[in-house]
Design a protein. Structure first.
Length: 113
């Protein structure tokens, strides 16, 4: 009886700890690509920032759920040079994507590729 109880408690603890850390199995473990941060280190100054939150359709198997994407657009200056960057955080995939270019349209287009 005591052995069965110990086995049941051990199994429960292992199952519970596995469920608590399940989200880490699907976490984005790739290193964060920090283009804006690197540009700031190189002397670029952020002169404009625009932040918005977009509701997009979910991706299978969660297509019935709303996917929240935070979009931050930056304008950076260094002397007479100007760069535009777009950074998106996708809540469903828990990922950050970033793109910079000479115009906002080019940065957004690069981000979609």
């Amino acid at each position: 009886m005591l052995m069965k109880k110990k086995l049941l408690i051990t199994t429960f603890c292992m199952l519970f700890s596995g469920l608590c850390n399940w989200h880490l199995l699907h976490a984005n473990t790739a290193p964060l690509h920090a283009e804006v941060i690197e540009l700031k280190r190189q002397g670029w100054k952020v002169t404009e920032t625009h932040s918005s939150v977009e509701a997009r359709p979910g991706i299978k198997p969660y297509q019935n759920l709303k996917r929240v994407v935070q979009v931050v657009k930056y304008r950076l200056n260094k002397g007479t040079e100007v760069l535009f960057c777009v950074v998106e955080y996708d809540s469903q995939w828990d990922t950050i994507h970033e793109s910079c270019a000479d115009s906002m349209q080019q940065a957004e287009k690069k981000l979609r590729q």
